[in-house]
Design a protein. Structure first.
Lengths: 457, 51
């Protein structure tokens, strides 16, 4: 037990109390290590004097601090977003890419895409163990607008990357589906409503046509495929329908969905931003419904963005998504290649020239990672700005997203767009743990490869 | 997979419950090499696929 630990414990400042809204339990956290414990709520203010808790945690605190530091600052990139085109056939209200790019932009030539993947392969080989492959996710705009280049790249680099494709689902004809599924490419779709009238509020073609039924057809074709998911972007337009969304997804045997808050990076999204409390209420109702469906059918529908919050609490190093940690994963765990060949910390920044880290082919990955543009993102640290620096759950949240913080709230030292929602989400997760239900919200085998390093009960 | 502690399953004998009226503290942490970390926005359930 270090002297600093002993001093913090003696001063009663080691543990921070958190009212999680549970009838029996409250939480205490040590924000510096992302340690938490659930204690009888009538004794929460005695946690700093609990000899058993202090002794057990004191034996591990140094290890947890090192672990969290390595997760936050010691990673090398292991994935890349690939934007093979600037164009999209839809004009979604909240897109983070400028409409001038999406309507009249350029495709990346296939030769450039192949050369880029060759350079990326060489980079990842230099920083990743030989027995691991990097992830490469075709992303948008709509990557299937440039399908011939995408498909040629997947075949050319099949041995070098694990590929995924995030698509609006409207261009997934039988040939495209056969190609992608035969190569075990992960496929992500987007759908915002349980019926066309809701989806159409935010996701339509440039001409205003509905795409809802096309996405449903793609979902039906993917039924039974092992690796696919659907993203719903939560806005004021569809928030009352999230429970119906998860019922629809469960009925279509969607293995995984994401109920993401709308990203408010560009101004078009901010007019449909839900209030934090409304977002929490709707998400928790949807999560409760997934649990009911699981108990009724034995089949889980994973809500992956929430599952990641839960895992970030139970096993910080096992988290999969890197938005909910500070610094976020952009520019350090992954980065994005724009259609013009430039590198950005994340696709979220592609509409913001300030965050252009330079050309992949002319400058390379290392130069981009070391650029001022990337460092502005990778040095955003919730320990260093208020109010996050005084927040008990700051390392369960990470104050996403830096692009939003910068564009919407005025700087990298500002909070993200959904601060109170994240607090409520962590409280909900801790209530599930208190009630012994956490595993029901996680996929079977989520903790394979992990060791239990702390347990009190 | 280890089951996360369920306090409702930890029924105490009546005498013990009377002697210990407070809910037991729950704390758990698991750890692994963070080699499966992926992209934001994207779901990476299949950790093995990245091997």
């Amino acid at each position: 037990m270090s002297a600093v630990f002993t001093e913090r414990a003696a001063s009663g400042t080691l543990f921070r109390p958190v009212d999680i809204g549970h009838p029996v339990y409250a939480a205490v956290t040590d924000p510096q290590t992302a340690f938490w414990a659930l204690v009888d709520k009538t004794r929460v203010h005695e946690a700093n004097r609990d000899p058993a808790l202090l002794a057990a945690y004191g034996a591990k605190a140094g290890q947890f601090e090192q672990e969290l530091h390595a997760l936050r600052f010691g990673l090398k990139p292991s994935g890349v977003y690939l934007n093979p085109t600037e164009r999209c056939n839809l004009n979604c209200t909240y897109c983070y890419l400028p409409d001038t790019q999406r309507s009249g932009g350029s495709h990346m030539p296939v030769e450039t895409l192949l050369a880029s993947l060759g350079k990326l392969r060489d980079y990842f080989r230099s920083v990743m163990p030989a027995d691991r492959k990097p992830r490469a996710i075709f992303h948008g705009a709509e990557p299937l607008m440039n399908a011939p280049a995408v498909f040629e790249a997947i075949d050319a680099f099949a041995d070098d990357f694990v590929f995924g494709l995030q698509t609006n689902g409207t261009l997934l004809d039988d040939a495209a589906l056969d190609f992608l599924t035969s190569r075990n490419v992960s496929i992500g779709l987007s759908l915002d409503g349980p019926v066309a009238g809701i989806t159409d509020a935010t996701r339509r073609t440039w001409g205003g046509k509905s795409v809802h039924d096309k996405v449903l057809r793609s979902m039906e074709k993917l039924r039974g495929y092992g690796s696919w998911s659907v993203i719903t972007t939560c806005t004021t337009e569809n928030l009352p329908y999230l429970t119906r969304m998860v019922e629809l997804f469960h009925a279509h045997e969607v293995p995984t969905c994401m109920l993401n808050t709308v990203r408010c990076t560009l101004s078009g999204a901010r007019g449909i931003k839900p209030a934090d409390g409304d977002m929490a209420t709707a998400l928790f109702a949807a999560l409760d419904r997934t649990h009911e469906l699981y108990l009724e059918t034995g089949r889980k529908l994973m809500v992956a963005n929430f599952a990641n919050i839960l895992i970030g609490i139970l096993a910080p190093t096992a988290r999969r998504l890197m938005c909910d940690i500070s610094p976020c994963g952009g520019g350090r765990a992954f980065f994005a290649l724009a259609a013009d060949g430039s590198l950005y910390p994340c696709s979220e920044f592609i509409g913001l020239p300030r965050f252009n880290g330079g050309s992949l082919l002319a400058g390379g990955v290392e130069a981009a990672l070391d650029s001022a543009a990337f460092r502005e993102v990778t040095t955003r640290d919730v320990d260093r700005f208020s109010p996050c620096s005084d927040c008990a759950i700051r390392h369960f949240c990470g104050s996403p997203c830096p692009a939003e913080a910068f564009e919407m709230n005025g700087g990298m030292d500002k909070i993200g767009a959904f601060c109170d929602f994240y607090k409520e989400q962590v409280n909900y997760a801790l209530r599930l743990i208190a009630d012994g239900k956490a595993d029901d919200y996680l996929w079977d085998g989520w903790d394979e490869g992990t060791d239990t390093v702390f347990a009190m009960s | 997979m280890s089951q996360i502690v369920n306090p409702s399953n930890q029924t105490q004998p009546a005498t013990a419950a009377q002697a210990q009226p407070f809910a037991p503290t729950i704390a758990i942490r698991k750890s692994c090499n963070p080699d499966g970390i992926g992209l934001s926005h994207y779901v990476l359930m299949d950790r093995k696929a990245a091997k």
